[in-house]
Design a protein around this ligand. Structure first.
Ligand SMILES: Cc1ncc(COP(=O)(O)O)c(C=O)c1O
Length: 450
């Protein structure tokens, strides 16, 4: 690890002014009173500003699937930065973006082979929703304007994403958001499915909630349904067996596009490249981000079925007309594209998705061994993911899990919490001994939590 020495750390700590920065999704006042800073990283570990080595139990944020600061990715970014830092992507483009797109579609479900690049998961979601609306319009069904999300869904923080999303904390402050939106019921059913290993048994019928919305709005007005195959940010909620298949067939029946938001499930997290492949259901559109570049440079992507792209090309008007009025200054940014190429190569060379699948049973057993510990009311696993749900403290939702996060960090293990669920999702290079360290730390913490 390229670690700052003690003197450099002392200087950094003494010189850092914490005030100007407004930190995202963070209790700023609390943080600034007792800061937690990460200053370097290598493979499975971070170094902290107070000189500790911390095990990364969450792959950065569901993102650093190959581990930190991997040499081929670092070198590819350095080389690209020195060769061409930036080029406009509008009416011009550059080779690395095409190469990244080709490598990406080599691992997406069959037939999903056209890619639009963005800079984040939120932008990927907004782009996917816009593609859905524009697609229907361009092929002459412009009445299809309604976008269907799901309760407890997280689709980033753009106005499109929070509108189809179903997390009250992310929605309540921002007024009406997008107008033509509705939501299906979520699939979380601990009464029937607690302590599931992999997909829960009960709840396929919840997909029929889409029928209810079709009866209400009429299919001719509905453009798309967007779901996370595994909901991450609301605490690792798995699709019941048969649920996604049923959703797929209802979308087919009513001509509705199915969008899988694979921002966290993409790139091996559930044991195959995409959760669509793990669950054997092919959507029409996939959004991805995070591990696309192993998180080394921000990048997102929207992968569509070829027929969607072809429709835009065929009905796009005269040859010189722009077929889709959308894009970002940094779409397919050279540094991001170089990082994506190197990451996708590294995943393949080191067979990291296969490694995630091989480790999954060990991971699952280690996770479910926490059953019976104080406060644990559910454990949900798939691939290299677990959600460990804790009983909330009266009148203080989230406080117990947050305390677990602080205590684990003090024991040199980085975990993540959302509400009162501990969500773990390590890099795929994790060793069994590190899986043990991760769960042993969580076990120790749970035993002493208030
Ligand atoms: C399913 C899903 N969609 C979208 C996003 C938003 O991605 P970003 O934070 O890169 O905008 C996230 C982020 O965690 C996510 O989990």
């Amino acid at each position: 690890m390229n670690m700052p020495d003690e003197k450099a750390l002392r200087h950094l700590n003494a010189s850092l002014n914490l005030e100007p920065l407004w930190i995202p999704f963070t209790a700023n006042r609390q943080f600034k009173a007792a800061p937690r800073l990460l200053v370097s990283a290598k493979d499975m570990y971070y170094q902290t500003h107070d000189g500790r080595k911390v095990l990364d139990g969450i792959a950065g944020l569901w993102a650093v699937n190959a581990g930190h600061c991997r040499a081929p990715i670092v070198e590819a970014i350095q080389k690209q930065a020195a060769t061409m830092d930036y080029a406009t992507g509008f009416q011009m483009h550059h080779p690395a973006a095409f190469q990244a797109a080709e490598k990406l579609v080599s691992i997406t479900p069959q037939g999903m082979n056209r890619v639009f690049f963005t800079n984040s998961g939120s932008e990927a979601v907004d782009t996917a929703l816009k593609i859905a609306l524009a697609y229907h319009r361009v092929r002459g069904e412009g009445t299809r304007r309604i976008l269907i999300g799901r309760e407890r869904g997280y689709h980033g923080v753009g106005f499109g994403g929070i509108s189809v999303g179903g997390m009250v904390g992310n929605r309540k402050t921002f007024g009406n958001m997008l107008g033509s939106v509705d939501h299906m019921r979520h699939t979380h059913d601990p009464a029937r499915n607690a302590f599931s290993r992999g997909q829960p048994e009960h709840g396929a019928e919840l997909a029929d909630d889409l029928e209810r919305l079709v009866q209400l709005h009429d299919a001719s007005n509905i453009a798309a349904v967007i779901v996370e195959p595994v909901a991450g940010s609301t605490g690792v909620l798995l699709p019941p067996k048969g649920y996604l298949q049923r959703l797929r067939s209802l979308c087919d029946k009513y001509g509705i596009l199915l969008i899988f938001d694979e921002v966290i499930t993409g790139f091996g997290r559930t044991g195959k490249a995409f959760a669509a492949q793990t669950f054997g259901v092919t959507p029409d559109i996939i959004t991805c981000a995070k591990a696309l570049t192993n998180a080394a440079v921000p990048m997102g992507g929207v992968v569509v079925k070829q027929g969607i792209y072809d429709t835009f090309m065929e009905k796009g008007g005269p040859d010189a007309a722009i077929e889709f009025y959308h894009g970002y200054t940094y779409s397919g940014h050279p540094l991001a594209a170089a990082a994506a190429c190197a990451s996708l190569d590294l995943f393949k060379e080191e067979k990291l998705f296969e490694r995630a699948a091989e480790l999954a049973p060990y991971w699952e057993n280690a996770a479910h061994a926490l059953k019976g510990l104080p406060h644990v009311i559910d454990i949900r696993t798939i691939g290299l993911v677990v959600g460990i749900e804790l009983q909330s403290m009266a009148d203080k939702p989230g406080a117990r899990a947050f305390e677990a996060f602080l205590r684990a960090y003090n024991k040199n293990v980085l975990i993540r919490t959302t509400g009162d669920t501990i969500a773990l999702s390590p890099p795929f290079i994790i060793e069994k001994a590190q899986i043990d360290q991760l769960f042993d730390t969580v076990r120790d913490v749970l035993k002493t939590l208030p």
